[in-house]
Write a protein that binds this ligand. Structure first.
Ligand SMILES: [Zn+2]
Length: 215
């Protein structure tokens, strides 16, 4: 097995999608190939990977608008949380094989009810979608969703090791990727001691962001 893993700038609002595959098996998946699905398919072809699945981290249009084109170009099937009713449902804890690689889906609602993150445990790759960005977390519509997101983040931190690398759905941070250890030490939302502090930081974020000079 040899890992292929590419972070692809798809367009939109600094959106990131991913190509992940097993070079020896010649099999790969596309994750959130929105805005420019052709680019993702070109990269897969260049890497001699046959795409078995298009995976969505969640159902927001800026992550799914390339699905139809990506699926028709590759003949792959859609994999996502069961709420989206995909051909290949990814329940919490479900695994998806990509050649000899194994992706595990974890259900992490909050930013979106059908959100999953994907974890590859051999190389410790964590594709976090819009749950966790470098230096921030996904936006939420109300306090109930923010509480749900807090619980999803706390649970995720118990599921993956500190040296797992973080691969987000948007380039919102000062770097395009991170690690769980770096985020737990520097991400203001993960430094919150409890749920109430997390909710307060969300409410005050525009001012905090300005003060910290963040993008
Ligand atoms: Zn989103």
């Amino acid at each position: 097995m040899r890992l292929v893993f590419e972070q692809i700038r798809s367009g939109g609002d600094r959106n990131f999608g991913y190509l992940l595959g097993d070079r020896e098996a010649g099999a790969g998946v596309l994750i959130d190939p929105s805005y420019s699905p052709e680019t993702f398919v070109e990269r897969a072809t260049a890497q001699s990977l046959s795409i078995t699945h298009v995976i969505n981290t969640h159902s927001h249009p800026d992550h799914t608008n390339g699905n139809e084109r990506a699926l028709s170009l590759t003949g792959a099937v859609l994999a996502a949380h069961p709420m989206i009713r995909p051909s290949a449902p990814l329940d919490d804890g479900a695994t998806l094989s990509v050649g000899a690689l194994r992706l595990t889906a974890h259900h992490v609602p909050g930013h979106c009810a059908d959100h999953v993150v994907l974890y590859e445990s051999v190389h410790r790759l964590l594709i976090t979608g819009d749950l966790l960005f470098v230096g921030k977390v996904g936006g939420t519509q109300n306090d109930a969703d923010a509480r749900t997101e807090w619980r999803s983040l706390q649970r995720l931190l118990t599921l993956v090791p500190g040296d797992a690398t973080v691969w987000p759905g948007h380039d919102y941070g000062v770097r395009p990727s991170s690690t769980i250890a770096l985020e737990t030490e520097t991400n203001p939302f993960l430094l919150c001691p409890d749920e109430a502090a997390f909710l307060r930081l969300k409410a005050e974020w525009p001012q905090v962001k300005q003060r910290l000079g963040l993008k």
